[in-house]
Design a protein around this ligand. Sequence first.
Ligand SMILES: *[C@@H]1O[C@H](CO)[C@@H](O)[C@H](O)[C@H]1NC(C)=O
Ligand SMILES: *[C@@H]1O[C@H](CO)[C@@H](O)[C@H](O)[C@H]1NC(C)=O
Ligand SMILES: *[C@@H]1O[C@H](CO)[C@@H](O)[C@H](O)[C@H]1NC(C)=O
Ligand SMILES: CC(=O)N[C@H]1CO[C@H](CO)[C@@H](O)[C@@H]1O
Length: 792
Amino acid sequence: MRIARCMRTVVLTMMLLYLLLLHMTHTAHSIYPRIRLSHKELWQLNRTWVFQGHGASLQPQTMLLDEGHERLYVGAKNTLFSLSLDHVNSHHRETQWASTESQIEECLMKGRGNLECANYIKVLQQYNQTHLLVCGTGAFNPICGLVRVGHTGKDRLFALQEDSIMSGKGRCPFDPNSPCTSTLSRGELYIGLFTDYWENDGALCRLNNRSYTRTERDDRQQLSEPKFVGSAVIPDNDDRDDDKVYFFFTEREMDVEGVNKAIYTRIGRVCANDQGGQRMLVNRWSSFLKTRLICSVAGQNGIDTHFDDLEDVFVLKNRDGKNPEIFGLFSTTSAVFKGYAVCVYNMDDIRAAFNGPFAFRERPEHHWTPYEDRVPYPRPGSCASKVNDGGLSSSKEFPDEVLRFVRSHPVMYRPVLPQHHRPVLLQTEPGRRKLTQIAVDRVQAQDGHYHVLYIGTDDAVVLKVITIYNKDTDTMEEVLLEELQVFKVAVPIREIIISSKRQQLYVGSEMGVAQVRLHHCDLYGSECADCCLARDPYCAWDGLTCSRYYPAGVYTKSRRFRRQDVRHGNAVQLCNGFQIEGDQWHKAEEKLVYGVESNSTLLECVPRSLHAKVVWFVQRERDKHEVRGDERVIMTSHGLLFLRVRSSDAGVYVCQTVEHGYVHTLLRITLHVLAGKRVDSVIHKANDGEDEKSIALCHSSVGSPPGPSISPRSLVPSSVPGPQPRLWYKEFLQLIGYGDAQTFEEYCERVWCSDKKRKKAKRKYVPSVGEKRVKGRAEENSHRAPRHTLDT
Ligand SMILES: *[C@@H]1O[C@H](CO)[C@@H](O)[C@H](O)[C@H]1NC(C)=O
Ligand SMILES: *[C@@H]1O[C@H](CO)[C@@H](O)[C@H](O)[C@H]1NC(C)=O
Ligand SMILES: *[C@@H]1O[C@H](CO)[C@@H](O)[C@H](O)[C@H]1NC(C)=O
Ligand SMILES: CC(=O)N[C@H]1CO[C@H](CO)[C@@H](O)[C@@H]1O
């Protein structure tokens, strides 16, 4: 059996090498996680729960957090769900709201597909304390209604009020795939959407029970082929008449040559109290202005790379609500190269752009210039307010001149530049995963505030990132703390909602809704250095464990000494005195490994942190020196690989990690090398004893190899379907030109299977002959990041 173990190790290792080779060409900017957790691991850590509805794909379209009632509402296909914020997968409620037979028939008659002809709930807003406003596509015939929520006595109310159902035209798109954004403030719904069946009429609208105010129809200057991404009501000051509603969207605009249409990201705004004009601009915005949001990086050749396609936006509210920070997730518009960036905008810069010069151009084929003539009074785009300059009580009192100006000059000359004039996060490596969603938490740490970014990808992953600006060098450091595979299947993340109050993330994809805890401090390890190196602003070392950090004063009782260094992760300085060289040496886990002469052997050592650099030392008698790889001894991300082990290789190998200058001894492995002949005779014995039937059985019982989960450092998304069972190692033996693949395969399979049987019989951890833990931290080990799980 001990040989079996060697062989498997060989196979696994070779697969690794292969994966590594595939991804060696990694040069462009990409962020690299410190910790990677698979869906299974999240599950085992009790860090996630997933709500999947009735098994069929849930297809959530929109989600709404209701902290007051402690519910998460999910608008899906034909159904509205109400989930518990504690455990999304328990005690849910639902309200069916499917289209009628005749509606579906009508939809099909219009030539629409079966899938589209359903009621996709796309608008979900808290109408008031007791009601939600809900709108769906209604099989290409939008409808809206109110849903009663909350508690009365024991009965949880969650029902659509039949008498509230009304047409949803202008409040919800017809097409389930049509992008729209909405926000509700003081009983008024603000929405950016295509209002018509053919999607010709993109509009920014406001609806209440009296009026419908919107952008001009067919005015390409106001909106040109928009894609609606986000919206928010943001007050300017304490005068509520000055409240503005901001919309985030992209537009397509003909370039100056009139050849290509380029995509730009826009921020547009209107006054919340805009009543439109009296004689002109009736039921049209009298305050609509827009400008460009820029997110770019300077190139070496002086040409900037622009990220012009807004994918998602997150408005991080501050205490008084007037100065939120705006996070935009952008992609490049190039068909050849897809890069992503996150830029952050301040309200000061946004307001300055809207208070700056208006843009002007003689003809569409001309360049924009600043408008330098007289601007009418009150300034176009300002809100009617008793306090403001004009002292007007309604936009209906604006002079015609003002309305005419705002109608013909909706574009501001100055764009809005991001903080530090650059992205806080970049991903420019070709072929990497797509980034789809962003949510941000503001976290108080010992050395200041941090923004923790949660970024959803197209392969079911949420990246947890902090970005640190260094004033002295004017540089930005991104630290990818964790990579969390939230869903089992690699589906795109469609929605991320954060609850800071509950320290939870609610993540939607077509697979369902997952709830994920924001942090899991004790996962980093129990020592001061483990915690400090993690640089997770949520976590600090409290003298015993790595645990949630609360700023002093929040819980006075727990205000004992805490150690945390998010900015530098300087464990050497911070945890000095908690690490004694000699002590470390003895604390390290010890292992015994047998190699067979002339065969390959892997000394496995995988640090939990993927940011740690591994260094190997070998000790023979008094001599201790660093192992430097050569063509026979290769340093892989899984450990030290001997392609052909020699008897002189025997010795004690020490695996150390270095991270931020901090040295940690993980393992001491004693390698014994067995003479080839002795082993051969053992194999023959084993072969004779094997029974044909069990091999046959085995063919059906050998499951997927642990392929996908063994690649912590390879850049392959961990959910990529692995090669077919049984074939995977064969393929790769051929790849690396292993001569006797046939025998090898048979051999491995047999070993594998008898191993399986043995496991089934015992179902207990039995130290194997080949590898024995003399003194181990088996528990911690089992929590380790992705590694192959065949051993133990
Ligand atoms: C997860 O929860 C289960 C049941 O509540 C418990 O038995 C298990 O120990 C927990 N696992 C971890 C890693 O906390
Ligand atoms: C919320 O609005 C609904 C519909 O207009 C109304 O019936 C209900 O009384 C309102 N609830 C509150 C608490 O104002
Ligand atoms: C709807 O209209 C009525 C009467 O005009 C008014 O009292 C009420 O406040 C309005 N509701 C909203 C949400 O605007
Ligand atoms: C046990 C085992 O697999 N031994 C192999 C070691 O390598 C030699 C030559 O590479 C093989 O012939 C043995 O079968």
